[in-house]
Design a protein around this ligand. Structure first.
Ligand SMILES: NC(=O)c1ccc[n+]([C@@H]2O[C@H](COP(=O)([O-])OP(=O)(O)OC[C@H]3O[C@@H](n4cnc5c(N)ncnc54)[C@H](OP(=O)(O)O)[C@@H]3O)[C@@H](O)[C@H]2O)c1
Length: 257
C-alpha cells in the first residue's frame, strides 16, 4: 500500500460534496491538506473542523479557480512555504442549468466552461511543474459519466466533462517519462450540492434527481479516490467510472417512484 500519511494533498472545491468528503478522508488517513473554494465561511469551517479532528496540517485558500492570477498566487504561496503537493485533486466544478442548446443561456455556458475546463487547466498549469520537478505525485481529475455519454439538455455540461476526459488522457501522455500518475474519477449520480447549484437553489427540483433510488454519496467517491492514491507507485489507474447500483448508464435507471 502507498500511504497518504504525511503527504500534502491540494483539493479544489472542498467547501462541499466530493471535495469536502475527500479532504476529510485524506486527513483521517494522516494526509496534510490544502483546501480551496469561494465560500469563505464554509472553507473556514472545514479548515477548523478537520484540523481539530485529525491534528494534521491544513492550509486554506479562498478564491475562484476561474481567476488565473489567484491560481498562480496559490502556487507562489506554496512555493514560498516550500510545499510541493504530492496529490492534486481537480474537483471544483459545476453544472449550471439544464436546457436545450437552442434555449441555452450564454452566461451559464461560460460559467461551466470557465470553471470545469479553464479552472482545471489553470490549476494544473500552476501546480504540475513542481510535481514533475520532484518526479513523484498523483493528479486526480474529477470527470463524470456525463463525459462519456451525452444526455438531453446536458449539452454544455457534457462537453466540459468530455473535455476533462480528453485532458486527463492528454496529461497522462505528457507525463510519460515521469513518475507522476494521473487518473480521472468519473461518477454517475451523487447526492451533493451539485443539483441545488444546477437548479439555482431550487431544493425541491434538486431532491427529485435522487428520488426512488440510492445515489452515490460524496464519501463513496472519496473512498475511490483514496483507493487510487493508495495503489503502489508502479500502478497507474488512468480512469475509474462509478455509478450507483440503481443506475447502469446515463439512460438505464432502476427507480422505485
Ligand atoms: N454530484 C454529482 O452527481 C457529480 C457526478 C459526476 C461528477 N461530479 C463532479 O464532481 C465535482 C464536485 O461536485 P460535487 O458533486 O461535490 O458538487 P458540490 O457539492 O456543488 O461541490 C462543488 C465544489 O466546487 C466548488 N466550486 C465550484 N465552482 C468553483 C469556482 N469557480 N472556483 C472555486 N471552487 C468552485 C464549490 O465551492 P464554492 O461554491 O465554495 O466555490 C464546491 O466546493 C464537480 O466537478 C462535478 O462536476 C459531480
Amino acid at each position: 500500500m502507498n500511504s497518504v500519511r504525511g503527504k500534502w494533498a491540494l483539493i479544489t472545491g472542498a467547501t462541499s460534496g466530493i471535495g469536502k468528503a475527500t479532504s476529510d478522508l485524506l486527513a483521517k488517513n494522516g494526509c496534510n491538506i490544502i483546501i480551496t473554494g469561494r465560500r469563505a465561511d464554509k472553507l473556514e469551517a472545514t479548515h477548523h473542523i478537520i484540523e481539530e479532528k485529525y491534528g494534521i496540517k491544513v492550509l486554506s485558500y479562498c478564491f475562484d479557480v476561474r481567476n488565473l492570477n489567484q491560481c498562480a498566487e496559490l502556487a507562489n504561496d506554496l512555493s514560498e512555504r516550500e510545499i510541493v503537493p504530492d496529490i492534486l485533486i481537480n474537483n471544483a466544478g459545476l453544472a449550471s442549468g439544464k436546457s436545450k442548446i437552442q434555449e441555452g443561456l450564454i452566461a451559464e455556458w461560460e460559467k461551466m466552461i470557465d470553471t470545469n475546463i479553464k479552472g482545471l487547466l489553470y490549476i494544473t498549469r500552476c501546480i504540475l511543474p513542481a510535481m514533475i520537478d520532484k518526479n513523484e505525485g498523483h493528479v486526480i481529475n474529477i470527470g463524470s459519466t456525463a463525459g462519456h455519454t451525452v444526455y438531453p439538455e446536458g449539452n454544455v455540461y457534457n462537453a466540459t466533462k468530455f473535455a476533462v476526459k480528453a485532458l486527463n488522457e492528454a496529461i497522462n501522455l505528457d507525463l510519460a517519462g515521469t513518475n507522476v500518475r494521473c487518473c480521472s474519477i468519473d461518477p454517475g449520480a451523487a447526492e451533493t450540492e451539485f443539483s441545488v447549484v444546477r437548479f439555482h437553489g431550487d431544493e425541491e427540483k434538486a431532491k427529485k434527481v435522487y428520488k426512488g433510488y440510492t445515489p452515490l454519496a460524496a464519501e463513496d467517491i472519496a473512498d475511490a479516490i483514496l483507493y487510487v492514491l493508495q495503489t503502489l507507485p508502479h500502478v497507474n489507474i488512468t480512469n475509474l467510472v462509478m455509478y450507483p447500483t440503481a443506475q447502469r448508464s446515463v439512460y438505464v435507471w432502476d427507480k422505485k417512484l
